[in-house]
Design a protein around this ligand. Structure first.
Ligand SMILES: C[S@@+](CC[C@H](N)C(=O)[O-])C[C@H]1O[C@@H](n2cnc3c(N)ncnc32)[C@H](O)[C@@H]1O
Length: 216
């Protein structure tokens, strides 16, 4: 329905969508809820990084919530990046957002991003590759595979991001990651192995551990 209407509301803001982007989900608002609570000072010039922009719903919402913050976003799909850029303009945060094409599977991917960042957020693809065809047809048939496919065990993107996160996040900075049901313990282990300290997870409206929080 969102693809037909071309728009979906997220955290009370209108986001343009196209078949190149994941439709923003209420579960992902848990990332915003956690960031707003943990980075309590709304007026600080926080530096925020979003890996896997899609529509841009995470980064652009955070730039609206933190009016002095600046953000960098990375996206591998040119078509999705175009949607995120259109949303940045429509939400009037484009002057504080650098939205870049790039792929965390490629060597040197983090070099253009700059940093370090006070907050790294990501809702990466986290569905096990073999499970995608079993999802609801409106997801498996219409949403982009790039937004869903987390590799054989669903955790490939988290491993890639964890490997470079120590050079992207400032000392004392935070990582907030959306995760699939049951994935939180393993993702905490992956990020602990690269130097991050776990904090309590954040639950979605269904009571599922949806966002893992880590401190560097
Ligand atoms: C689950 S979607 C999340 C989109 C958006 N952040 C949200 O929460 O609705 C994951 C996004 O990561 C992008 N992505 C997948 N693999 C990537 C990679 N290797 N490098 C950069 N972005 C990637 C996808 O194209 C997709 O837009």
């Amino acid at each position: 329905m969102a693809y037909i209407l071309g728009e979906r509301e997220f955290w009370g803001l209108p986001f343009k969508v196209s078949p190149a982007v994941l439709v923003p989900r209420p579960d992902s608002e848990t990332v915003i809820e956690a960031a707003v609570a943990l980075l309590a000072d709304r007026q600080r010039p926080w530096r925020i990084l979003d890996l896997g922009l899609g529509s841009g719903c995470l980064l652009l919402t955070l730039l609206r919530e933190f009016p002095a913050a600046r953000g960098v976003g990375l996206e591998v799909s040119e078509a999705a990046l175009a949607v995120a850029r259109a949303n940045a303009t429509a939400l009037q945060v484009e002057d504080r957002a650098a939205l870049l094409l790039g792929d965390w599977r490629q060597p040197g991917w983090r070099d253009p991003l700059g940093g370090p960042f006070d907050l790294l957020v990501s809702n990466p693809p986290y569905i096990e590759a073999d499970a995608i065809t079993g999802l609801m047809p409106e997801v498996s048939r219409f949403e982009p595979r790039l937004a869903l496919d987390g590799g054989l065990d669903g955790l490939a993107a988290y491993r890639a991001i964890a490997a470079d996160a120590p050079r992207l996040v400032a000392p004392g900075g935070r990582v907030l990651l959306e995760v699939g049901e049951g994935q939180a313990p393993e993702i905490y282990r992956i990020f602990q192995s690269t130097g991050f300290t776990p904090e309590a997870p954040w639950k979605d409206l269904g009571g599922i551990d949806r966002v893992v929080s880590l401190r560097y």
